[in-house]
Design a protein around this ligand. Sequence first.
Ligand SMILES: *[C@@H]1O[C@H](CO)[C@@H](O)[C@H](O)[C@H]1NC(C)=O
Ligand SMILES: *[C@@H]1O[C@H](CO)[C@@H](O)[C@H](O)[C@H]1NC(C)=O
Ligand SMILES: *[C@@H]1O[C@H](CO)[C@@H](O)[C@H](O)[C@H]1NC(C)=O
Ligand SMILES: *[C@@H]1O[C@H](CO)[C@@H](O)[C@H](O)[C@H]1NC(C)=O
Ligand SMILES: *[C@@H]1O[C@H](CO)[C@@H](O)[C@H](O)[C@H]1NC(C)=O
Ligand SMILES: *[C@@H]1O[C@H](CO)[C@@H](O)[C@H](O)[C@H]1NC(C)=O
Length: 289
Amino acid sequence: MVPVKFAAATLFFASTALAHFRIPYPGERNATNWDTQTTGPCGGDNSVVEPRFLFNPLGSPLDLNMKHNLSVGQVRFCPGDDCTTQADFSVILVDSYEHKGVGNYCIPAVLIPFPDGTNGTIQVIYAGTGDAEGEYDHMFNCLDVTVSSEGEQFSGQCTNSSNVAITPIHLDSNLVANATNITILNSFYESTMSAAAAASATATDGGMAGMDMSDMCGMAGMSDMPGMSCLTTAVASATQSVAITTRAVSSASVSSSAKSTSSSKSAGSADSLRMGCLAGVAAFAAALL
Ligand SMILES: *[C@@H]1O[C@H](CO)[C@@H](O)[C@H](O)[C@H]1NC(C)=O
Ligand SMILES: *[C@@H]1O[C@H](CO)[C@@H](O)[C@H](O)[C@H]1NC(C)=O
Ligand SMILES: *[C@@H]1O[C@H](CO)[C@@H](O)[C@H](O)[C@H]1NC(C)=O
Ligand SMILES: *[C@@H]1O[C@H](CO)[C@@H](O)[C@H](O)[C@H]1NC(C)=O
Ligand SMILES: *[C@@H]1O[C@H](CO)[C@@H](O)[C@H](O)[C@H]1NC(C)=O
Ligand SMILES: *[C@@H]1O[C@H](CO)[C@@H](O)[C@H](O)[C@H]1NC(C)=O
């Protein structure tokens, strides 16, 4: 028997499995936008969030924490206060790259080519494998910044995860969200998703392709969520007998958020990690049903 609480939690989180990256350093507009992260240009959050992060004209660090095994990313910029459409993000700060492996890409110096005092919004776009070969799930997050010599320069605020490999990649569009032929994602889909689909005729959540279930620690903070306190027990009592390895949240990724370029702004990465894990566990649970 599947307990009621388990079923409710699964339904609540199932849709969140599609969108999975965060900006632990310096932070993003909304660290819990799982439900809307696939909505461009800013993951569902189209208003400026103040205070703005200060970005040094010589470059400040940006840490991107990705939950999918393989994705293609890009960092763009919109100068000004009115950054509400994709076309506004016309400046490429970090051109398209392949992000292989679950974990952190720590960019030591993101350079914003505008003078001191310029306000604007940084946009991070990722594309991951979607429901079909050649269809991609796009994920978006934004952060609001001011170019300022008071902005921090790199001094170890974040590190690359050891299993993450970053490689520049040329796409058929200079905008990742417009690229139509992302060969590496197609191949990845072929090699993993078609096999997974064959293994489970009932699998409908193609958006989970490439998610690393081994990293879904999930249990931290579980009791905070209404109806979620019994998930461990519930999963254990589901008909399929599945061992879930509970891992401590990596202290490295948590500490990467400890500092912020703007004194009154805190990154909220502990929260975001918890949500990531929750979403992941629920997605995993959903896959069992
Ligand atoms: C963050 O995004 C979620 C999901 O879209 C939304 O429910 C929540 O209100 C947002 N939080 C803030 C502070 O905007
Ligand atoms: C930048 O935004 C801040 C508020 O975040 C505002 O006080 C300041 O006047 C803006 N600067 C410019 C040049 O618009
Ligand atoms: C992370 O990896 C990229 C790509 O290899 C590299 O350019 C960057 O310097 C690395 N970040 C850090 C903090 O070493
Ligand atoms: C992206 O595609 C839209 C139409 O879907 C088009 O209007 C826009 O110009 C494209 N942008 C780029 C940078 O190719
Ligand atoms: C997709 O890109 C590959 C090279 O990366 C190319 O060989 C192939 O012809 C392209 N396919 C389409 C439909 O554009
Ligand atoms: C993702 O990578 C992990 C190892 O890090 C592996 O166990 C898992 O099968 C991979 N998932 C897919 C869909 O390739």
